[in-house]
Write a protein of this length. Sequence first.
Length: 794
Amino acid sequence: MNNMDFSFTLFLLVLAFSFKSSSSFLSSLRKGSSISVENPQDQIISQNGMFSAGFTSIGENSYSFAIWFTEPTSLDLNKTIIWMANRDQPVNGKRTKLSLLNTGNIVLLDVSLNNVWSSNTASLKPLELHLKNDGNLVLRELQGINILWQSFDSPTDTLLPGQPLTRYTKLVSSISESNHSSGFYMFFFDDENILGLHYDGRDVSSSYWPSPWLLSWDVGRSNFNSSRNAVLDSFGSFHSSDNFTFSTSDYGTVLQRMMKLDSDGVVRVYSRTNVSQNWYVSWQAFTGTCLVHGICGANSTCSYSPKIGRKCSCIPGYRMNNPNDWSYGCEPMFDFTCNKSESTFLEIKNVEFYGYDFHYIEICNYSACLDLCIQDCNCKAFQHSYWEKKGLYRCFTKTQLQNGRFYPSFKGSTYLRLPKGSTFSKRESSDPSDDICSEKLQRVYVKESENHFVKFFLWFATAIGALETVFIFSVWCSLFRSRQKTYADQHGYHLAELGFRKYSYLELKKATKGFSQEIGRGGGGVVYKGILSDGRHAAIKRLYNAQQGEGEFLAEVGIIGRLNHMNLIEMWGYCAEGKYRLLVYEYMENGSLAENLSANKLDWSKRYKIALSIGRVLAYLHEECLEWILHCDIKPQNILLDSNFEPKLADFGLSKLQNRNNLNNSSVSMIRGTRGYMAPEWIFNLPITSKVDVYSYGIVVLEMITGKSPTTGFKIVNGEEESDGRLVTWVREKRGGNISWLEEIVDSQIGLNYDKSKMEIMAKVALDCVVDDRDSRPTMSRVVEMLQYHGSDI
Ligand SMILES: *[C@@H]1O[C@H](CO)[C@@H](O)[C@H](O)[C@H]1NC(C)=O
Ligand SMILES: *[C@@H]1O[C@H](CO)[C@@H](O)[C@H](O)[C@H]1NC(C)=O
Ligand SMILES: *[C@@H]1O[C@H](CO)[C@@H](O)[C@H](O)[C@H]1NC(C)=O
Ligand SMILES: *[C@@H]1O[C@H](CO)[C@@H](O)[C@H](O)[C@H]1NC(C)=O
Ligand SMILES: *[C@@H]1O[C@H](CO)[C@@H](O)[C@H](O)[C@H]1NC(C)=O
Ligand SMILES: *[C@@H]1O[C@H](CO)[C@@H](O)[C@H](O)[C@H]1NC(C)=O
Ligand SMILES: *[C@@H]1O[C@H](CO)[C@@H](O)[C@H](O)[C@H]1NC(C)=O
Ligand SMILES: *[C@@H]1O[C@H](CO)[C@@H](O)[C@H](O)[C@H]1NC(C)=O
């Protein structure tokens, strides 16, 4: 051993000298040679120059042996690192070396010769450590093809194209974007052969993707194939043995790609078309980072808005355990008491805590639910929520407060158990619902009378987020069945029924009588009328383009299914079978706004109401705290009317989820929309923002006012010249011209029977929406504010 150390040191000396004289990068490392942290030129570079391996600085005087994308070469801290040998044990900047020993082992020794990392290999044959063009660092025999070790077998948080994820490997996130130590999130095949995301925190662990309240079957996964293998190819197509597949939004040839489990617990695919440009996200498992478990630690709530991003807050009566790190969660500032008469409950609205239910009971009123909690010493809080699908209340008692999430569409409250008389048990204590959403709403609606504020909230309350809250157990209320099951300290979210379901192709074929009654077309498919086996009338859309993989299709369906607003068409289910892709929606008696306008069925107040409701649902899609969604194809054909002429927005075939990291570098590449309603950004290839929907909305409102379609030509008299113009130009022209402009533009079928001031505000708002400069257009919440303020007695 001493002998070897000696010869090894000697070799290093020789090596050190040779490096002093020549500063060339290495193409591989042979037996007996090493790479020193002190010489930044000591790097192994792949033949194509794309990847480099060597020591890299990951903090102040701390280094890791890593592989990274060679470009950009500038700063250590901006490297895109794809693999690390010693992420959890960074080394000192002095005298640390990675050596390929004569025994065939690769060792990373720090200044005090501690073995920080090793490949645990042995061979007497001549070997080389070589960095392949795909970014795989391999230890292989010089002669022959035998590979003893490869970095692809021990990924850190990144997979490269062609690098398989297997039953033996997993991705583990970093602590944060700047600290590369192992974090709490993992991506691997579970015991049931399903590829998913898991949280492994300080005290608790759980799975959060695919949605744990759904069966793997219902998200299109299959657990029969035990080969457990998943791989991303260089075109951006991902295939997993559990039948999960997707293609990135930029499917095709790009320069570089990588799949990374980010420190926020979301797995994403990044692409780069030019090494001098930034990486952009071309796929992500889901949006809305509050769905990630443990993201704010225990006893806290997470809220998300596109503008501010994720925000964590302690629940009332609790403070952060570690003011610099949310993963430690919050601790109570009081002592728990078992004494019933000393407990009180504080309501926090729209907050759900996932998992750790002690009891679950249906059809329970508030006092019965409270009783259930107060009887139990371990009950920290209870959740009481209305379950609209069944028209009853549900009660969950909580032994732990994990995965707290604030989202306005969750129609329910959590009641925190606090000691009586303490200051934080009073209502004015810091409430998580003082978050951005409600703040904004209060600001926006402060001008209104109390009544309208309440009215607004009634509307708001009817916008129920269903899916997350559809955690249905096979347990029944004790009041009903005199039987209670106890789910102590476990994830009690089982599935019995879904907010929407999977239909078979045959079922839908039967429902539509062989797709015989067509009721609409466009947005990527044909819509048929159908009657489901349970007697409900449905609109069934058969998509033309069925090339999309099932996984990707289901991901989209899941996102749309999760949206819930009274002015959004409700999706009941889907079918993804072979080459068939179908969506099942509620059927709308009164047809589309387009039909109703041309049939002159709408008086001015109906038109006003429709404008306001569509404004609200767009504000919900763009700005509420769920996800940020653009519709991109607002037009009268996509606005359907129910039996009360309440409008519902349909057709998300073209909708686009906006990643908040991606706002400037817009990921919308294809032109979407319908001529006449499309904002100028599409034509001038400018970044696509929510203002494209604002523009289309403005056109629709103008169409409702004038009864004229934007695609019909307008005679514009400009001085002597007469030309064909757009609806917008025509209305602007009229407005500029005279005082009675309104009378001239209002649909002759409305006659004179309308409220002039409201019609005027509607026209002004519409004109504001259709200005060419997108930044000058109002936001949808501003639109709602303007319409509602003036039309408040409708
Ligand atoms: C390095 O990254 C930081 C933050 O990510 C960024 O502000 C800075 O501009 C980058 N520097 C270079 C040279 O790319
Ligand atoms: C990175 O995180 C680990 C684990 O929390 C911690 O021990 C280490 O000090 C952190 N490193 C830096 C540079 O903050
Ligand atoms: C299991 O998955 C692997 C990898 O995706 C695939 O090659 C194989 O054909 C599958 N086996 C079965 C029985 O479906
Ligand atoms: C996997 O998906 C393919 C095509 O989508 C389908 O034919 C096959 O039946 C699925 N396998 C399982 C086990 O679900
Ligand atoms: C990459 O971007 C730089 C600067 O933006 C440009 O000069 C160069 O031509 C681009 N290279 C390729 C291959 O597009
Ligand atoms: C969360 O609060 C409970 C009491 O409700 C307490 O027992 C627990 O220790 C807290 N968790 C953390 C991480 O402080
Ligand atoms: C509970 O608290 C009440 C009032 O503080 C007290 O009178 C009663 O003795 C307590 N009960 C127990 C079992 O400690
Ligand atoms: C709540 O339910 C319990 C049990 O069914 C019943 O005794 C009680 O009267 C109910 N309370 C209210 C306010 O409805």
